[in-house]
Design a protein around this ligand. Structure first.
Ligand code: O2Y
Ligand code: MN
Length: 652
């Protein structure tokens, strides 16, 4: 029995357990020995496939939970979990909306922890490229098998004492799609169960697939942990930030996460499975697991194409995925806003699925102006984390200033009073989130759950580049496109303590998410060209170029549909709208971009310029980065593209 502060909580717990308790009904000696005395409060272990039972059994022995709850994914189960969390103070209702909830985390547990995230392989070079002497690698963290075991041994024994271990069977991708994969997450966090219920397809349908097909699954073990010196503050959000660690073992498809209940650290289907383990499975099986949005775009003639796009954080990926096109006659529909799994079909057509079932979007900055479709998505069945609360039980964050009058007293993300127009600290945490079902998006694509995936015509890379990089350019061919992805850079805040901006390398927007050596990842991308005679075209976009006065040269948001229009014309082999430059094809200044009806004056000369001196410096920087970070693991084709670009720039 867990420790309860109040007798009434204890009674509620006992009632719940009593209601759902089902003891093992059939003899299974090995299992019974290990699980003796531990009640199964939902589901039945005996019905599970052997490999899943063994996975649970091992980790019950290790973590010693009070009870086991096998998640069925039902509404009744979700309601029960929400009630429990409300009782514990983990969430509170947002009565202004329908079935919406606010969670406030421990302030020490507010984001993904890159430095504490590791990939475990026998040798270091399988995980990270061998860097030049004296250079610190930035393309992932390696841990040896012994050190991983040691990390587990020093954290997990008895870590779930007094808690329920939830067993979450989940599918990344539509249940039963040949492109989908199954995982099972064991966790001691009800918040994680409720969030995984939104972000993945979860419950009995997945168990049935596991049972019927005898399928393998990705093994995910998660505990919010217990600090060695006990939980001193924020008992409603237990965590162990000092000892947080996120581990991945690609060889056995295992993920182990300890100490954090937040986002990417704890919803293990997302970054850990769909990107890190996903990219290693994709390498083995010949497909791609990428940090990309997927959208459908229909032109005025009714022709529909799908594109994927990879942008580093703070470049508006969710906004583009849900854009309202301003170019007359164009329609955008959203398949996914964060991750794409892509595979060439037997006809050589690249097809993509969104492995997720929801959006875990950054709240601050989201508004009716920047992303009305996101706003239309999030006011039912949504869990908000670390946003502020209005007096009438609604949400608030930076970017929603127009929605709340000055002088209103809100509760900030710490649950302190916060006066609109007066308090100087942020009302919401900058990494506060909404977790909402994708099917609620008003422009969700009719094909978003298509089991065979949607056909992809173009791949976009992008970044926040205030200088030198044109609004859009098209790679010369597949290999050059891979080089463009590898060379991605974006403006970012250097570090929390000083607000200076630097241009950071973030190849393929995957820097924190590679599951294996980035040099090998590049070879894998290059090898894709063998799979098709109909490869998607590859582009680079930059909505963020500024003039010398620091003003943006392009309005962005819905006007980006004009860039997508140019991309579609290139996909349709329209040669009249482009001109060749040393970096690739850019829109022709006379009849390239369709600017009809655009109210602002656009300086196309500045917006589309490819300044030679800038690019000579850029290629020096890219070459240095490749040499230092990838070294001998850099594929020859990519090294050749460095030299080719240099000579095109010099000879042009
Ligand atoms: O900080 C976190 O835990 C969330 S990170 C995240 C969430 C949704 C989509 N993308 C990301 C990301 O870091 O790329
Ligand atoms: Mn992301």
């Amino acid at each position: 029995m867990p420790d309860f502060e109040k007798k009434s909580e204890e009674r509620e717990y006992t009632r719940n357990v009593g209601q759902f308790a089902k003891k093992l009904t059939q003899p299974n000696v090995g299992l019974y020995n290990h699980l003796r005395g531990i009640s199964v409060v939902n589901g039945n272990l005996v019905n599970l496939p052997t490999n899943l039972r063994e996975f649970i059994e091992e980790n019950v022995s290790l973590c010693q939970p009070e009870s086991i709850h096998i998640c069925d994914g039902s509404e009744q189960e979700n309601a029960q979990l929400l009630r429990l969390m409300q009782k514990n103070g983990t969430i509170e209702p947002l009565p202004k909306y329908e079935n919406c909830w606010l969670a406030r985390t421990n302030p020490a547990d507010v984001a993904r922890v890159e430095g504490k995230t590791f990939i475990c392989t026998q040798t270091r070079n399988k995980t990270i490229p061998t860097t030049k002497d004296g250079i610190k690698g930035t393309l992932g963290n390696w841990i040896s098998p012994n050190d991983m075991q040691e990390a587990i041994n020093s954290r997990f024994p008895r870590c779930m004492k007094g808690r329920t271990m939830y067993v979450i069977p989940f599918s990344m991708g539509p249940v039963g799609s040949p492109l989908s994969k199954i995982g099972v997450q064991l966790t001691d966090s009800a918040y994680v169960v409720a969030s995984m219920g939104i972000m993945t397809r979860m419950g009995n349908a997945v168990l049935e697939t596991l049972n019927n097909n005898n399928e393998e699954f990705v093994k995910c073990l998660h505990s919010v942990g217990t600090p060695l010196n006990g939980i001193k503050s924020h008992p409603h959000w237990p965590c162990d930030p000092e000892r947080t660690i996120i581990l991945h073992r690609p060889k056995t498809n295992e993920i182990v996460s300890y100490g954090s209940g937040y986002g990417g650290n704890s919803l293990l289907g997302k970054k850990c499975f769909a990107l890190r383990i996903g990219s290693t499975i994709a390498k083995r099986e010949g497909w791609l697991a990428e940090h990309m949005l997927i959208l459908g775009i229909t032109n005025p003639q009714g022709q529909k194409k799908y594109i994927v796009a990879a942008f580093p954080s703070a470049c508006g990926k969710t906004n583009l995925a849900m854009m309202n096109a301003t170019l007359p006659g164009y329609k955008i529909e959203c398949v996914g806003d964060d991750i794409a799994w892509m595979k060439f079909d037997k006809n050589g057509q690249l097809r993509a699925i969104n492995p997720e079932n929801g959006f875990f979007g950054v709240a601050p900055g989201t508004s009716y102006k920047t992303n009305p479709n996101a706003m239309e998505t999030i006011f039912k069945n949504t869990i908000f984390t670390n946003v502020a609360k209005t007096p009438d039980g609604g949400i608030y964050w930076e970017g929603l200033e127009d929605e709340v009058p000055n002088g209103t007293v809100l509760k900030d993300w710490h649950n302190n009073d916060w006066v609109k127009g007066e308090t100087k600290t942020p009302a919401a945490h900058p990494n506060s989130r909404f977790c909402a079902p994708a099917k609620q998006c008003p422009i969700i694509d009719p094909q978003w759950e298509s089991p065979e995936g949607v056909p992809i015509s173009a791949i976009l890379f992008g970044g926040r580049r205030p200088k030198g990089v044109p609004l859009v350019y098209e790679a010369l061919d597949w290999d050059h496109g891979v080089f463009v992805g590898a060379s991605m850079r974006s403006e970012a805040t250097a570090a929390a303590e000083h607000q200076s901006k630097v241009i950071m390398h973030d190849p393929f927007a995957m820097r924190p998410f590679f599951g294996y050596n980035f040099g090998h990842y590049l070879s894998h991308w290059l090898s894709m060209k063998e799979k098709s005679n109909n490869l998607p075209k590859i582009f680079h976009v930059n909505w963020f170029r500024k003039d010398n006065a620091g003003k943006f040269l392009w309005p962005g948001f819905g006007e980006n549909s004009r860039v997508l229009d140019w991309i579609l014309r290139r996909v349709n082999n329209d040669d009249s709208c482009a001109v060749k430059t040393p970096i690739g094809y850019v829109p022709n200044k006379t009849n390239g971009l369709n600017l009809d009806g655009l109210k602002e004056n656009i300086n196309l000369d500045e917006l589309l310029d490819v300044p030679r001196d800038f690019w000579l410096q850029e290629i020096e920087e890219i070459e240095k980065y490749f040499e230092e970070q990838i070294g001998t693991d850099l594929p020859n084709e990519i090294r050749a593209h460095v030299n080719n670009l240099k000579s095109r720039l010099i000879n042009n």
